[in-house]
Design a protein around this ligand. Sequence first.
Ligand SMILES: Nc1ncnc2c1ncn2[C@@H]1O[C@H](COP(=O)(O)OP(=O)(O)OP(=O)(O)O)[C@@H](O)[C@H]1O
Ligand SMILES: [Mg+2]
Length: 431
Amino acid sequence: MLATATDRIRRRALLLVVAAIVGGICALLAGVSAWLFALGACLALGLAALIGLDDDGGAFARDGEHHGRFGEAEPVGGWRAVLDAVPDPILALDEAGTIIHVNPAARELHVNARVGGQPSLLTRDPEFLQAIDEVIDDGRQRTVEVQERVPIDRRVRITLTALAETFEDEAATDAGSPPRVIMALHDLTEQDRLGRMRVDFVANASHELRTPLASLVGFIETLQGRASSDPAAQQRFLGIMSQQAARMSRLVEDLLSLSRVEMREHLPPRTAIDLNETVAAAIQALEPVARASEATLTFIPCEGPAIVLGETDEIVQVVQNLVQNGLKYGRPGGTVEVAVRRIRQGPSMRLAVAVRDKGPGIAPDHLPRLTERFYRVNAKSSREKGGTGLGLAIVKHIANRHRGELRIESELGKGSIFTFVIDEQARRPSD
Ligand SMILES: Nc1ncnc2c1ncn2[C@@H]1O[C@H](COP(=O)(O)OP(=O)(O)OP(=O)(O)O)[C@@H](O)[C@H]1O
Ligand SMILES: [Mg+2]
């Protein structure tokens, strides 16, 4: 009904425009004054603009493909609007199996899905294509899982549901076919990735624990057997055992600390703290470590108060991890510099804690992976230095929780700069 009325108005407007143009030309030829011609032309242009606007609106409503997601479009009714309101990816097929609607979530997931196209545009998986035919034939719901390799590796579960009610009336008004099958897509890729990560994590953690544990068991056997009457050997073995036990407890502590930060990652800290003071305290606690490795530790605070919303213990942990890395992997007897700096990023001010060493640096291909759990450039040397390979993973999660970031710059032969960046607050809330 509405569409027919709109069409009628549009046809009349078109007639008026043609009449105005013809009238204007005749008036000009007949020698009528130029202002009358101008009046006629203005009328023609105005009406033409009106038709143009109406045309756009028509297309908008007709194919239902441009319904804005955040209320840009006028509210629309009907089954298309219902599918558009669902946050999961959904496509509708007609009796012939042609795609007649793609909701916004499906458009985001499947670039290939388009109205008028065939479902084989999504995937040519034979089981999927056969399931569509069967659902159209017998009306029974089916679920298939398809694996795509291109453009990216993706596993999607598709539920095909036949519609008993065919929306004949509504389809007739928008000149389309009625929907026959609703295809709901559920992307399982992220779920798979998390599952794989969990398996890898457990495997890595057990591997890291098994090595010192095996060493402890071996030494206990030796102490009970061969070395039972050799006090010098006993002292030596007990020293190694104590180192291995310390390594195991460090690993367990790091694992716990990682899981604590992860659990609270969605809760950003709300306490205002001064970054200059927190970093200074962390560095002071590290002085003995620096002295033991004969390195120099320097600190340059930024001017004025450096207020951030942060968890003191976690920021201390960030500084400790980064400085310990600088001391461990930097040049022996070298300098590790820590500086708090104010940086502008777009309209906001941020604070950066930069830890710089002049050690051998890290090759570029390792940089993107450094924050992965247990990733080490040289696992053997890291283990020998007492590393568990979790330090930077913890730093990254703390940065995420603080809605900040960790930037890593390094050049082989020149050294590395690890920078923790966080938003600056104007002042303490209590001020
Ligand atoms: N300043 C640095 N210079 C050179 N390499 C570094 C530096 N910081 C980190 N790395 C490399 O990154 C790897 C990961 O660092 P991370 O802090 O996560 O683990 P770790 O130091 O081995 O162990 P942990 O910190 O858990 O005791 C290190 O093993 C090392 O290879
Ligand atoms: Mg470390």
